[in-house]
Unconditional design. Structure first.
Lengths: 513, 316, 374
């Protein structure tokens, strides 16, 4: 990849169509960006934004359509071609090799630093320093990527892309892992950069879109539904365009009082995979009939907490009480039998067995109960009835109950999981990032069900990256930082800025933000 | 027998025995660092052993011994690379599961070597093979001289390969690419690296080394070919890569350890100890299991993408 | 309609690839591949003895393939059937020779069960190693094969050898003949076809019931299909691995015991003769399903007998069987992944569709996800 390229005065995608097995991700999409502009590509999860950008980056091949640079048709057969034209991307899931240093990652992608036998790490380091200096993005060039925090990794990802001589920068959901304050910093940085570069950024967070972009294109279900100037539209207009209807996510009114403490976590100390303490004395109480939201930047111990509550991770010390019964150290089976429900983070590979049918997945936890088994044998008729009932009640769209659950759409998979968990009538429920990657319709359904569950007296722990979701649904919000709960706020007291500061570890002195 | 003689005896037998394991295992290290484990190593070694043996056997009248040995070695290395590429096609292009595909390759290699052997050669016959080459002066050092410096030329190459492969893997751009591809292939892909091509190259290299390892067995060590010549060394080589934590030094240590176990059956005879033959033969295989059981599944060292096929078109 | 065309295309491709690889090797040794394949596929069927010999081979293949199917579906790749079979044989022989005075209804089941238990324990070692210590099961079972071979050889040459061989015989490593009370009956006099075949067919039915109709089978299949989800659901994945290996090794051991009591009636060298590996190919070819394993085993029985015949009649070395099996494995796993990979399937279907008339093109635009709009 060369370091200086001709300025891209205009970039167009024309009639781009892309299909995946069973899904039409992009349907004749056309977008246009001019030099020095910031275009926001907006849409719900699954609208086709990332797919479109990956096509622009040469990772996916479009089934139809063309890419025009400065009016000339170009074909990107691989990321190399895209780089050669000066297009670079900061991905949502960072594309950094974890066991290499920052310098090695940069050297990896740049032919400037590679001759046949010699790896020019010094040159790479120099380039990193130049870029860091120019854009005000300090990075530790010799640190191993897997030892950096999420925020640092994103800086590295940005620096890396700039080191490759990008003139046209694509950012995919750049703020998903940042605190509100870090988000503001990034937006200011991008504004400064737009003097040198053209920028396309993907987001579903409309306040950022309003703050940063000049033009906006809205995608819905793989097609363009709107193209225009950002300042001509309000956030509400854009939201309506994104979903196609009035957005009305269910809101927790917190009217009925909550019951007794049902789940009591005390002083939990848990080791992470790397050996350090991921949870360092975490204590939390969840009451019956309440939704307790856990807010925090990912990587502060949420994963480990969820694992412990599922019985999949050992703890060093502490206790987890469900109605006076200590569940710490018990097997997943015992925890499930005690009345703990669980909606896992990875719905496709942790929530269901993808190759099993919907019917089988619905009895994944209960196949051993007297209802579904007779001696060593499974009662097939009973599981069929169960599946019929649940599929109907939870409106799971499928051609047959015997189809493999893994072939369903994300929203339907989540419904299957939800159906299974709710049918067991748990006493407590842990729900981890339940609407990640789902569109508004599916999210609405999930939220409605969670609120119903709350109304029936279940203690619910909601772990999520989406502050909106947490603020919408929770009765109380606990902020987790470096493996501890730093503060618990009532729903009314929790504002974005206040939560943002807590998530970044800033001590909260209570009161006005 | 006094202790010094004992140790020297073990080393004298053990060090040459380690060469085949070292070569095959180093090759497999490149494979696994790139993300693919090739259990067909055993089959490639069998093919290499047979093909290296063939020219000296057939052409002993037409060519000088040195020439026919060279031809044999070259064919073995080439065939190894070809088989490595065949495996690459199956596991990269077809994205077949690597474990079973490896067993398939093993059967294929062992089967072809045995079939051709029985047809072209018939019975077990010896060849002069490649003689040892004592390094002048160094081999005269008391005690260690004959052990370390009176070895086969291929053996010297194998030991030199340890620092060379270290350099390739950690100091060259290609090595960097291999490590990236075996850990986070999608990241490498987004940076413009052709993941499939790097893996193909690694597998070809690994296959070539496995072929050379087989050639060593037939031309330098046993100086003949038989159906059961490889006797599981290919599998042991794959296990060695885990044991050696995917690092050339670890693999060197592991090869020496296992070869000493393998040479145990010979040593026992020399010492005149009445030990059941079968249990001596069993030793290296038991050792592999023990070693695998004791090696903690170290998350940090193993290439994160090992065993997982990569599909760029997959919707992330 | 297009789905089945895709299936047929891939399977044909796999068969052609395997046959082709074998043909290349045959050409190298100067034999006409077509003649060889013809002999393999037709010669054994020419008389009743040939057909019964095919069924004699089928019986151990079915047992082993059933065990392999259980293991593979549970997520554990058992390559150790060969060694498990040998341990099964030697334990069965030991019991048969130790209690010659027991009546047949007691001794014969005891012998068969001992064989199964021996194989199960041998397989269980690998299962335990994987479950508790994360040891790669392909490596451990392969190593256990080598170890079992040595144990078998040691016992056969040593403590269990027929004393007569040492005194008046040629020292061939083999045990004395088993007592008649430990023999499986012959089904057709004059042939070697024995009642073990019936047992094999019964076992196939039982394995089907086990995997798809019992809670144990559910656990095994879930652990194999997606261990992460299985763990979240409270299934003890590690325990399932061990159970799967016990079953798998048990079937291999049973195969050995049946082969011992039905065919040879004494433990000899090379008694397992590669069944352990052939069984893997049979299982894969049979799609890891009992219903298809039976015809698959019959087909491979045919292959093995046919290969024997080509060895005698056409000087094709016995290792050729290994070549064919290796080629078949490579072809099957490549084809299977192609078949199951939704991306290649999708691309293939669309390419096929583009060969049709334009007015059909509308049909090929895939709709939205299976779930449809929410």
């Amino acid at each position: 990849m060369q370091t200086s390229k001709a300025q891209i005065s205009s970039l167009q995608l024309e009639g781009v169509t892309k299909r995946f097995p069973g899904v039409l991700a992009c349907d004749h999409v056309s977008i246009e960006v001019k030099a020095g502009q910031i275009l926001a590509l907006v849409g719900e999860n699954g609208a086709g934004k990332s797919t479109l950008m990956n096509i622009l980056m040469g990772l996916y091949q479009p089934d139809e359509g063309r890419i025009l640079i400065n009016g000339h048709e170009t074909r990107f057969r691989s990321p190399n071609d895209a780089y050669a034209c000066g297009i670079g991307m900061v991905h949502q899931h960072f594309m950094l090799v974890p066991n290499l240093t920052v310098t090695e990652n940069v050297a990896l992608g740049s032919k400037d630093f590679q001759s046949l036998l010699n790896l020019n790490l010094k040159g790479a380091r120099r380039r990193i320093a130049e870029v860091s200096e120019r854009y005000g993005l300090p990075v530790h060039a010799d640190a191993y990527v897997d030892q950096l925090s999420v925020g640092e990794q994103q800086r590295v990802e940005l620096v890396k892309t700039l080191c490759f001589g990008t003139r046209f920068l694509i950012l995919d959901e750049p703020t998903s892992a940042l605190t509100p304050q870090e988000t503001d910093e990034l937006i200011n940085l991008l504004k400064r950069m737009s003097g040198d570069l053209s920028i396309i950024f993907i987001s579903h967070k409309l306040n950022e879109v309003k703050a940063l972009s000049d033009t906006v294109t809205v995608l819905r279900r793989g097609t363009v539904v709107y193209r225009g100037n950002t300042k001509d539209n309000s956030s509400q207009d854009l939201a309506a365009l994104m979903t196609g209807h009035e957005v009305n996510l269910p809101h927790n009114a917190c009217e009925d009082g909550c019951g007794n403490v049902l789940v009591s976590i005390k002083d939990l100390k848990v080791k992470s995979d790397r050996g350090n303490l991921a949870l360092d004395g975490l204590s939390l109480d969840i009451r019956a009939g309440e939704i307790l939201g856990l807010a925090g930047v990912s990587g502060n111990g949420q994963r480990e907490l969820a694992d412990v509550l599922a019985g999949l991770r050992k703890s060093v010390s502490g206790s987890v009480l469900l109605e006076e019964q200590n569940l710490l150290g018990k097997s997943p089976r015992e925890i499930i039998d005690a009345g703990f429900g669980y909606i896992p983070e990875d719905r496709h590979d942790e929530g269901i067995v993808p190759s099993f049918s919907i019917r089988e997945n619905l009895i994944l936890k209960d196949f051993g109960t007297p209802r579904f088994r007779k001696g060593p044998f499974l009662r097939l008729k009973e599981s069929e009835k169960n599946a019929e009932d649940l599929v109907h009640r939870f409106d799971v769209r499928c051609s047959s109950r015997e189809t493999a659950a893994g072939s369903l759409s994300g929203g339907n998979i989540q419904k299957v999981i939800l159906a299974r968990e709710l049918a067991r009538q748990p006493k407590a429920l842990v729900s981890v990032y339940p609407t990640r990657g789902l569109d508004m319709g599916a999210s609405e359904f999930i939220h409605t069900k969670l609120l119903e569950l709350r109304a029936s007296g279940v203690a619910i722990l909601l772990i999520s990256e989406e502050l909106e979701e947490i603020m919408n649904l929770s009765d109380r919000i606990a902020v987790i930082y470096k493996g501890r709960i730093v503060k618990i706020l009532e729903s009314g007291e929790a504002t974005r800025p206040r939560l943002g500061l807590l998530m970044a570890g800033v001590k909260d002195d209570g009161g006005a933000a | 027998m006094n202790p010094i003689d004992l140790v020297l005896n073990i080393l004298t037998i053990g060090v040459p025995f380690s060469v085949a394991l070292l070569l095959a295992s180093t090759g497999e290290m490149f494979n696994q660092r790139a993300g693919i484990f090739n259990l067909g190593c055993e089959g490639i070694m069998a093919m290499g052993a047979f093909l290296a043996f063939l020219p000296p056997f057939f052409l002993k009248d037409a060519l000088s011994p040195a020439m026919s040995n060279m031809v044999g070695l070259s064919i073995a290395v080439l065939a190894g690379a070809v088989l490595g590429i065949l495996f690459a096609v199956v596991t990269i292009f077809f994205r077949a599961p690597q474990g079973i595909a490896g067993i398939g390759l093993q059967m294929l290699g062992v089967g072809i070597a045995g079939t051709l052997f029985r047809h072209f050669v018939g019975g077990v016959t010896g060849v002069p093979g490649i003689a040892n080459f004592p390094i002048p002066f160094l081999s005269k050092i008391p005690f260690l001289g004959p052990v370390l410096f009176d070895l086969n030329p291929v053996a010297y190459f194998a030991f030199l390969l340890v620092p060379i492969s270290w350099f390739i893997l950690f100091k060259t751009p290609w090595g960097l690419r291999v490590r990236a591809v075996g850990t986070h292939p999608r990241a490498a892909d987004t940076m413009g690296i052709n993941v499939a091509r790097v893996r193909f190259q690694a597998l070809a290299l690994g296959g070539a080394f496995a072929g050379l390892a087989g050639a060593y067995l037939s031309l330098c060590q046993a100086k003949m070919f038989a159906d059961d010549l490889v006797a599981g060394r290919g599998f042991i080589a794959v296990a060695l890569v885990y044991f050696g934590r995917w690092h050339p030094l670890g693999i060197l240590g592991g090869s020496l350890l296992f070869s000493i176990a393998q040479s145990f059956q010979l040593s026992v005879q020399v010492w005149g100890i009445d030990f059941p033959y079968e249990f001596a033969v069993m030793l290296p295989y038991v050792l592999v299991i023990v070693v695998l059981a004791l090696t903690r599944k170290s998350n940090k060292r193993s290439p994160a993408a090992l065993g997982k096929p990569y599909n760029r078109e997959k919707r992330v | 309609m297009r789905e089945s065309a895709y299936l047929v295309f891939i399977i044909l491709g796999a068969i052609v690839a395997a046959v082709g690889m074998g043909a290349i090797v045959l050409k190298l040794i100067g034999v006409n591949p077509f003649d060889v394949y013809k002999v393999i596929l037709t010669e054994p069927l020419k008389d009743i003895y040939g057909i019964t010999e095919i069924l004699v081979r089928t019986s151990p293949l079915v047992f082993i393939a059933l065990g392999i199917a259980i293991a593979f579906r549970s997520g554990i790749l058992n390559i150790g059937a060969e060694g498990q079979m040998q341990i099964g044989i030697i334990s069965a022989a030991a019991i048969a020779l130790a209690f010659p005075e027991l009546p047949k209804p007691i001794l014969l089941p005891m012998v068969l069960i001992t064989g199964a238990v021996g194989g199960a324990l041998w397989g269980g070692i690998a299962g335990y190693l994987k479950a508790r210590m994360g040891v790669n099961e392909i490596l451990s079972t392969v190593m256990l094969n080598y170890i079992a071979a040595q144990v078998y050889g040691f016992l056969l040459r040593g403590p269990m050898i027929d004393p007569e061989e040492l005194t008046v015989g040629s020292g061939t490593p083999q045990t004395i003949r088993l007592p008649r009370t430990a023999w499986l009956d012959r089904l057709i006099p004059g042939t070697r076809l024995h009642t073990g075949l019936i047992l094999a067919l019964v076992m196939a039915v039982l394995v089907y019931l086990l995997l798809w109709r019992t809670t144990t089978g559910f656990r095994l299949r879930a652990s194999g299909a997606e261990p992460r989800a299985a763990r979240f659901a409270g299934i003890h994945v590690e325990r399932s691995l061990v159970i799967a290996m016990l079953f798998s090794g048990g079937f291999a051991g049973l195969a050995g015991a049946v082969e011992l009591t039905g065919v040879h009636r004494r433990a000899i060298e090379a008694i397992s003769s590669g069944y352990g590996f052939s069984g893997i190919v049979v299982a894969l070819f049979g799609g890891l399903h009992p219903a298809f394993i039976i015809p698959s085993a019959i087909f491979f029985g045919l292959l093995l007998i046919g290969a024997d015949m080509t060895q005698r009649a056409m000087a094709v070395p016995a290792n050729m069987v290994l070549v064919l099996q290796g080629a078949i494995i490579l072809s099957i796993v490549s084809a299977k992944t192609f078949l199951n990979d939704p991306y290649t399937k999708d691309r293939f279907m669309r390419r096929m569709a583009s060969f049709r008339l334009p007015r059909r093109k509308k049909k090929t635009v895939s709709g939205l996800g299976q779930g449809g709009p929410l």
